[in-house]
Design a protein around this ligand. Structure first.
Ligand SMILES: Cc1cc2nc3c(=O)[nH]c(=O)nc-3n(C[C@H](O)[C@H](O)[C@H](O)COP(=O)(O)O)c2cc1C
Length: 307
């Protein structure tokens, strides 16, 4: 059978298919629904130091080829995550990557130290793409200096493998990627959702309670794929692709562009079998094309010598 093993820092995954943060809660909610044997790692819902109730409803609205969400980082907070959610997640078949977000570097440090100290956590993903009320016009995710400071503080707080999840909503993602790498990130997740909105024409009001939300799903794929291509060509740490991955062909595109793994989010809502189908499809592709290991596929579109 083709070898789908892939590595990010100290995290070894049996497949390159990760479950994206926010798609499966804290993991256990989807036990028995998603075949976790096909999943390389589960990224849990982003947690913050304090619990958050999230935004006013409606929080989800469909759009052609995609979904807009404005959940507002609803989560149980650090203490309940450590006391209740992590011990439950430990029984899952796939490694757990804990996603954390703060409004300032110190909070990222505190969160990284706390979740990093736990044996159930195989890696940490810093969600630096969350809105920061203090900086509405110059968000952290678009400011390389702020990203460097944030990642440095988290890096100093833990030795666990650290992924940094970038936002596509910046004109200069390469400087942000460089800053995260310089600060000690082990990998970059490229990328989160793009801002968007719809108007409910029945009410002539914004369709989302929060007015704007994040665009995910198939419509996002070409945007984030181009970012993966650029970032993977620029940094020397691994890149994980996120945005609209729904089938094996989509995953193959991200891998060929230079990603070592992909995250699946929105596709799970319509098709919880997406991870196992993607894994099966990748295996079939590798078998048919005589590709023995995933490594041979990573960046295959970048060099003529590969595959
Ligand atoms: C309902 C929903 C909730 C999400 N919550 C989070 C979150 O808490 N933290 C995070 O980093 N990303 C969150 N995301 C973004 C996803 O992890 C993913 O990066 C993005 O949706 C693009 O991938 P997709 O098109 O496969 O969904 C969320 C996405 C959706 C649709």
């Amino acid at each position: 059978m083709s070898d789908l093993t892939t590595r990010i820092g100290d995290l070894t995954m049996s497949t390159p298919v990760m479950l994206a943060s926010g798609a499966v809660g804290y993991g256990t909610e989807y036990e028995g629904v998603i075949d976790l044997a096909a999943v390389g790692a589960i990224v849990t819902k982003t947690i913050t130091v304090e619990p958050r109730e999230g935004n006013a409803p409606p929080r989800l609205v469909e759009t052609p080829g995609g979904l807009l969400n404005a959940i507002g980082l609803e989560n149980v907070g650090l203490d309940r995550f450590l006391d209740e959610k992590l011990p439950e997640a430990a029984r899952l078949q796939a490694p757990v990557v804990a996603s954390v977000a703060g409004t300032e570097p110190e909070q990222f440090g505190r969160l990284a130290a706390a979740v990093g100290a736990r044996g159930e956590v195989s890696a940490i993903e810093l969600n630096i793409s969350c809105p920061n009320v203090e900086r509405p016009r110059n968000p952290v995710w678009a400011d390389p200096r702020a990203v460097e400071e944030t990642v440095s503080v988290a890096r100093a707080a833990t030795t666990k493998t650290l992924l940094v999840k970038l936002s596509p909503n910046t004109s200069d993602i390469l400087s942000v990627a460089e800053a995260a790498e310089r600060a000690g990130a082990d990998a970059l997740t490229v990328a989160n959702t793009l801002p968007g909105m719809r108007i409910d024409i029945g009410r002539l009001k914004p369709a989302l309670g929060n007015v704007t939300g994040g665009l995910s799903g198939r419509a996002l794929l070409p945007v984030n794929l181009a970012l993966v291509w650029r970032v993977a060509g620029h940094v020397s740490i691994p890149v994980v692709g996120s945005g609209g991955v729904s089938d094996a062909g989509d995953a193959l595109e991200f891998l060929a562009a230079g990603a070592v793994a992909v995250q699946v989010g929105t596709a799970l809502f319509a098709n919880p079998e997406a991870p196992s189908e993607i894994v099966e499809g990748l295996r079939e592709y590798m078998r048919e094309n005589g590709v023995g290991s995933l490594e041979q596929l990573v960046g295959a579109a970048r060099e003529e010598t590969k595959v």
